[in-house]
Design a binder for this molecule. Structure first.
Ligand code: TNX
Length: 516
C-alpha cells in the first residue's frame, strides 16, 4: 500500500512539473496609460518564430502599422514575422491588424482581443492600430525593448481591452533653440513619447539664443542666428530636408509636429541676423544667456510682416499638420497696443497659408479667431480665460504641474524652479479639467508637457527631466478620470523600472515611486 501511495505521489509530482506554467493574467499587467476597460480570460497567446501578422487586403494603413510592429519586435525576439494580406485576417492563427467600422469609434480608439490562438487588433483608423500596438508592446515581456537577442517565451495575457483617448491633443514640447538637438535625438524623443500614446510633438524652433530651421529666403537666420546656443558653444539647425525627415518620422508614429516660431519677443537670433528687422536698423549681438523678455521685432515696419509671411510660408509648406505656433509669450519689450495689432496681423498671415494659429495664452490680448488655440502656461488662468471668453480652445500646460523643465526638488541637478518644484506626484496628481476655474472640459483640447532647454545639453539630460514624469502626463490626457489615483498609479509606474532600463532611459529614480 505504502509503495502504491509513493508511486501515486511520484506520478502526480511528475504531472505537476510538466504542467504548463500558470498563464499570465491580463488584469495584473501594468499599462500606462490605463485603458478604458479590460477583461482577463485566464490564458495566453504565445508569439513564436512562426507567428505571422495578417492584414486585410487593400488596407494600406494597416500594412504600415504591421510593418512597424514587425520591426519593433525583431531585435529582441529574433523573429522576422511575415506580414500577409488576406481576406479574413481575424480567422487566422496569429496577429491580425484590421481597420473596421464595427469597433469603438474615434481615430485613435482600438479594441484588442487576445486568445490562445490569436491577437486581433481592430480600429477605425491606422492611428488607432498604432496606439493598440503600443498596448501589445507593454503586454509583452519588458525585455522586448532590448536591442540584443533574448530568449522567450513571448506571451501575451489573454482577454479583451477596449480603449480610446479622453483628450484629442496629448503632446510634449522640445525646446531646440536654447540648446540645439540633432535629428537623431529628436527621433528618439518621438519614439519615447509614442510609446505612451502621445500624438503631438511641439518643436520650439526659435528663440533669443538660436534659430534652428532653415528658411531659404532668409538664409542668415540659420547661418548666423543658428550658430551658437546657451553657454556660447556651437549651435546648429535643421535643413528643410532634415526637418521633413523629422516630420515624416513623427507621422509614421501618428504624431503631428507643431512648429513654433516665437514672436514678437524671443527673437534676438533673428534680430542679430538681419538689421532691417530692428527699429534702429542695426543688428544685435548674438545672445547666449538665459534671460527672457528683452527682444522684440519692430511691429511698425512693413518688412517685419514680409519676413513673417516668408517664414510662415516656407514652414507651412513643410507642415502637414494643421497648426503653426507663433509663440507670443513674454513680449515685455513690445508695447501692449503694438503687441495686439501684431498678433491680429500674424494670425491673418497664418490663415492665408491655410494653417491655424496657436499661441501661448498671452495672445488672448488680441482678437482671436475661433479656430485658433491658446496654450495655458502661467500659473494664473487670466490669459487663458480671456481666450475661453473668445470661444477659443485651450491646451493645458500649467508650469507648476506640466513643465518638464521644473526641477523635481531642490537638489535636482537640472532644470529651473520659477514655478516651484514638480515632483512626480505633483506632476500626476491634478486633473486637466479641474485645474482652473472657468476652464472646463469643453474648453480644452488636451495637455502638453513642455521641456524648455536652458539647462539641458545632452539626450541624457532630456531623459532625466522627461522620465518618469512623461508617462503621467500621457495618462492624464489619455485615460478617463475614473481610473486615476496616485496610490495606484505609483505602483504601476514603479513596475516600469525594468522596461525603462531596457529602453536605456536615463530616468530620475524618484524616491516617491516604489521601483519594483
Ligand atoms: C518661460 S513658458 C518661458 C520660456 C522659458 C521657460 C523656462 C513660456 C511661454 N516662456 O521662455 O524657457 O519659462 O521655464
Amino acid at each position: 500500500k505504502r509503495i502504491l501511495l509513493i508511486q501515486a505521489l511520484l506520478v502526480s509530482l511528475l504531472l505537476f512539473s510538466c504542467k504548463k506554467p500558470t498563464p499570465k493574467d491580463l488584469a495584473k499587467e501594468n499599462l500606462i496609460p490605463q485603458p478604458d476597460s479590460l477583461a482577463a480570460t485566464d490564458s495566453s497567446f504565445d508569439w513564436t518564430a512562426k507567428t505571422k501578422i495578417y492584414v486585410q487586403e487593400k488596407q494600406e494603413g494597416s500594412q504600415q502599422v504591421a510593418n512597424y510592429l514587425a520591426k519593433l519586435i525583431a531585435p529582441s525576439t529574433g523573429f522576422t514575422p511575415e506580414v500577409k494580406r488576406v481576406t479574413n485576417p481575424a480567422d487566422k492563427k496569429g496577429i491580425a491588424l484590421i481597420l473596421s467600422d464595427d469597433t469603438i469609434s474615434g481615430d485613435e480608439a482600438y479594441t484588442l482581443k487576445i486568445t490562445e490562438k490569436r491577437v486581433v487588433l481592430e480600429a477605425h483608423q491606422p492611428a488607432g492600430l498604432f496606439r493598440g500596438v503600443q498596448t501589445i508592446r507593454q503586454l509583452l515581456p519588458a525585455k522586448i525593448e532590448l536591442d540584443s537577442l533574448q530568449t522567450g517565451p513571448w506571451e501575451l495575457a489573454s482577454g479583451i481591452i477596449k480603449d480610446s483617448p479622453n483628450y484629442q491633443y496629448r503632446g510634449a514640447m522640445l525646446d531646440v533653440a536654447r540648446h540645439f538637438f540633432g535629428v537623431e535625438d529628436v527621433k528618439r524623443f518621438i519614439d519615447l513619447i509614442a510609446a505612451y500614446k502621445m500624438n503631438v510633438l511641439h518643436l520650439h524652433l526659435t528663440d533669443d539664443q538660436g534659430w534652428r530651421i532653415e528658411i531659404k529666403s532668409w538664409p542668415n537666420l540659420t547661418t548666423h542666428g543658428g550658430s551658437t546656443q546657451v553657454g556660447g558653444e556651437k549651435g546648429g539647425f535643421y535643413t528643410q530636408n532634415q526637418y521633413s525627415e523629422i516630420v515624416n518620422y513623427a507621422q509614421e508614429r501618428f504624431i503631428t509636429v507643431i512648429p513654433e516660431i516665437d514672436m514678437p519677443g524671443h527673437t534676438n537670433a533673428a534680430l542679430a541676423s538681419y538689421a532691417c528687422l530692428n527699429a534702429n536698423n542695426k543688428v544685435t549681438e548674438l545672445y547666449t544667456g538665459t534671460k527672457v523678455g528683452f527682444s522684440t521685432l519692430d511691429t511698425d515696419k512693413e518688412i517685419t510682416y514680409k519676413f513673417i509671411d516668408d517664414v510662415i510660408g516656407e514652414l507651412a509648406a513643410l507642415t502637414p499638420g494643421e497648426y503653426i505656433h507663433i509663440g507670443g509669450d513674454e513680449s515685455n519689450a513690445t508695447k501692449k497696443k503694438d503687441y495686439i495689432s501684431f498678433v491680429n496681423r500674424v494670425q491673418k498671415i497664418v490663415s492665408r497659408h491655410k494653417k491655424k494659429m496657436i499661441g501661448w495664452a498671452d495672445v488672448a490680448a488680441a482678437e482671436l479667431e475661433e479656430n485658433s488655440l491658446a496654450q495655458f502656461w502661467q500659473t494664473k488662468p487670466d490669459n487663458a480665460i480671456k481666450a475661453v471668453n473668445q470661444n477659443v480652445k485651450i491646451i493645458m500646460s500649467p508650469a507648476n504641474r506640466a513643465y518638464l523643465d521644473m526641477q523635481y526638488d531642490s537638489i535636482c541637478p537640472l532644470g529651473l524652479h520659477w514655478a516651484g518644484y514638480v515632483d512626480v506626484k505633483k506632476a500626476y496628481g491634478w486633473s486637466i479639467e479641474n485645474f482652473a476655474k472657468g476652464i472646463s472640459k469643453e474648453n480644452i483640447v488636451g495637455i502638453e508637457a513642455p521641456l524648455w532647454g536652458e539647462t539641458i545639453e545632452t539626450m541624457d539630460d532630456i531623459e532625466y527631466l522627461v522620465f518618469p514624469r512623461l508617462p503621467g502626463y500621457a495618462e492624464l490626457g489619455w485615460s478617463k478620470n475614473t481610473n486615476k489615483s496616485w496610490e495606484e498609479y505609483k505602483i504601476r509606474l514603479g513596475k516600469q523600472k525594468e522596461r525603462f532600463g531596457y529602453m536605456n532611459i536615463n530616468y530620475y529614480q524618484s524616491p516617491l515611486i516604489p521601483w519594483a
